[in-house]
Write a protein that binds this ligand. Structure first.
Ligand SMILES: Cc1ncc(COP(=O)(O)O)c(C=O)c1O
Length: 385
């Protein structure tokens, strides 16, 4: 193993014991994340509420800047910090006037919360229309081109789909939406930290994501990007006191929305999560997104090629340029397959009908080969009629 691979792995003690291939669900805690959370515990223990003013509010604002940098956002006030992606989407769904444009277009490959946030505003007039992936892998742009019309308020879809790893072309999708006067809301949870991305160039109106997957920053922190002009016009009805213009005025009688995307924030954040999130983003910045992308392609391709050689039906795109490091293999009983892999020290996950393996940059080719050796006997040959 090269020296740099050894250094990468040293950040993740879990690699000493396990072949960890579930990073698109949750990357394990890096050493520096643990150190930062311990720093938070010391501040809390020694300072109590004073720590808000001496440390925590400043950390919160630094996290906003870190997220803006990762996304390529030009202004910090295009970023709202959220407790999870669902909360961000609820805020976004609350801004549209569905009496004028009732339709919201979502795909059937999207994560459930993308649909739920808009189905929940049906009583306010929203009509959700699902476009259907023809192959359960991709959602071709032509489907959106046909579905989006002058009655459409928004398209809400993934940048990378969680069961196939396929990357949507959000730039072209933004062009389709804007030509027809609709907004584009992108769920980028599976792409940020895996692909180089510039939110400004992308043309999206809103984007949501979080830190627990490729950003290595754990659960409890997510984010919402709203393009400056969009944010300033937005009037979310899902609000909280941290999202107003001057929270420390403690004015119960007036609601003045905060600057830009800040108006999408709710209440007191989970401070430990801020510390872990900042550590994860710092680590990504040190490694470099180009290196991450290169490693993802190398490692996931080894899995895809090896699985195909063994006769597996691979669901994700077989060309690494089209997908992230999500490798999905079809299996009639993925839960039991994942359990037996776990017993042999390989940690991966299952989704309906699929075994899902997701290496990150710190995994090695040897680990891919070991996982493949364990997968071989688990393949169920198709029954021929
Ligand atoms: C694409 C995508 N969107 C949303 C979520 C869930 O978001 P949250 O639990 O932060 O609401 C996930 C995974 O957990 C996901 O993969």
């Amino acid at each position: 193993m090269e020296a740099r691979e050894r250094a990468w792995r040293a950040e993740f003690p879990i690699t000493e014991r396990l072949n960890y291939l579930n990073n698109c669900s949750l990357t394990p805690l890096p050493r520096r994340g643990r150190e930062r959370v311990e720093r938070f515990l010391t501040e809390w223990t020694e300072q109590g509420g004073r720590a808000w003013y001496d440390h925590w509010i400043a950390e919160y604002e630094k996290l906003r800047t870190d997220i803006a940098n990762v996304l390529g956002a030009k202004h910090d006030d295009e970023i709202a910090i959220e407790p999870n992606v669902s909360a961000g989407l609820v805020g976004i769904a609350s801004t549209f006037d569905y009496t004028k444009r009732p339709k919201v277009v979502i795909s059937d490959l999207d994560f459930p919360t993308d649909g739920h946030a808009f189905l929940a505003v049906a009583p306010r007039g929203a009509q959700v229309e699902f476009v259907r992936s023809p192959d359960r892998v991709r959602v071709p742009l032509e489907l959106f081109e046909r579905a989006v019309d002058e009655r459409t308020a928004a398209v809400c879809t993934g940048h990378v789909y969680f069961t196939s790893g396929w990357r949507q072309d959000v730039e072209r999708l933004a062009e389709i939406c804007h030509r027809k006067g609709a907004a584009l809301v992108v769920d980028a949870y599976q792409s940020i930290g895996a692909f180089p991305f510039d939110v400004d160039i992308s043309g999206v109106d809103y984007l949501v994501g979080g830190t627990l997957k490729w950003l290595m920053g754990g659960p409890g922190i997510a984010f919402l990007y709203a393009r400056r002009e969009v944010a300033e016009r937005a009037q979310p009805s899902a609000v909280g006191w941290w999202g107003v213009a001057d929270p420390f005025a403690f004015d119960v009688e007036h609601l003045r929305p905060g600057e830009g995307a800040r108006r999408f924030e709710y209440g007191t954040p989970g401070v430990a999560a801020i510390y872990a999130a900042r550590a994860g983003i710092e680590l990504l910045n040190e490694i470099g997104i180009e290196t991450v992308r290169e490693r993802h392609q190398l490692l996931s391709q080894r899995l895809v090629d090896g699985a195909r050689e063994q006769g597996w039906k691979v669901r994700c795109p077989t060309d690494a340029r089209e997908r992230t490091a999500i490798v999905t293999l079809e299996h009639p009983d993925p839960e039991s397959a994942v359990t037996s892999l776990r017993a042999a020290g390989v940690i991966c996950d299952n989704r309906p009908g699929l075994i899902r393996l997701s290496p990150h940059y710190f995994n090695t080719l040897e680990e891919m080969d070991r996982a493949l050796a364990l997968l071989r006997p688990l393949r169920v040959a198709p029954v021929l009629a």
